[in-house]
Design a protein around this ligand. Structure first.
Ligand SMILES: C[S@@+](CC[C@H](N)C(=O)[O-])C[C@H]1O[C@@H](n2cnc3c(N)ncnc32)[C@H](O)[C@@H]1O
Length: 214
């Protein structure tokens, strides 16, 4: 869901750097060939991720929820020389498609792509990370946050996507029967009360929270 008026969104897009050729191709082919293409970050959010990564110049990035690799490619562009991005997804059917785009983007050696359940893989990874993007199953967001925060450098940043869940997080009654909305309500409260970090929820696209470890 997008909370912006389409004309405003369009105007903002026209006044932002254009989507690169490889990302346009990935966007197009994901829509043509892959199920649930709306999961892809897209031009504006991708550019935001790229900007944040370029400003932080991370050595190590962790992503939970690769899908077809759009956000991974965006964030990998900000990596320091010899930096690495680790990305996790449990859907093996996306592997061939996604790897081909990492290769075409010239990022195969910078991106470590792990296939499996994030709850199993995450505890096996060593930190520290400078930047993390949480964009997988909503029910596990708080688990992912706890594990990622522990592995994050002080000053490191976590980005959490879909925190507004089409506005369903606004009412606990409306969220009844929607486990994802309920998980996000819990996650948003947890982050808000966490003294170990500061946070900014952006009402951008489906809601993106920026969390900085103190
Ligand atoms: C919203 S998509 C990620 C979109 C991608 N970050 C982007 O911006 O283009 C969510 C992805 O999380 C993956 N996923 C969901 N649950 C998962 C889990 N338990 N472990 C690992 N990956 C999971 C799905 O297979 C899906 O590809």
């Amino acid at each position: 869901m997008n909370f912006l008026h389409p004309d405003i969104e369009n105007y903002a897009q026209l006044h932002s750097s254009p989507e690169s050729e490889i990302l346009q191709k990935l966007n197009r082919e994901t829509h043509a060939r892959i199920l649930r293409p709306r999961m892809l970050s897209g031009h504006m959010q991708g550019k935001l991720l790229e900007m944040i990564s370029c400003m932080l110049q991370p050595e190590r990035i962790l992503e939970i929820g690769t899908y077809t690799g759009y956000s991974a490619i965006c964030m990998a562009r900000g990596l320091k020389k010899n930096g690495k991005l680790i990305t996790i997804d449990h859907n093996p059917e996306l592997e061939e498609f996604t790897r081909s785009f990492f290769k075409e983007a010239g990022l195969s050696d910078k991106i470590e792509y792990l296939i499996g359940e994030a709850v199993d893989i995450l505890p096996t990874l060593n930190g520290p990370f400078d930047l993390a993007f949480i964009d997988a199953d909503k029910e596990n967001y708080t688990f992912y946050y706890e594990h990622v925060l522990e592995k994050l450098k002080p000053g490191g940043v976590i980005l959490a996507d879909n925190v507004l869940w089409s506005g369903k997080v606004l009412s606990e009654d409306a969220a009844n029967g929607d486990p994802e909305a309920n998980a996000l309500i819990h996650f948003n409260k947890f982050v808000q009360n966490d003294q170990r970090a500061e946070n900014l929820m952006l009402p951008f696209r489906d809601g993106l929270t920026i969390i900085r470890k103190l």
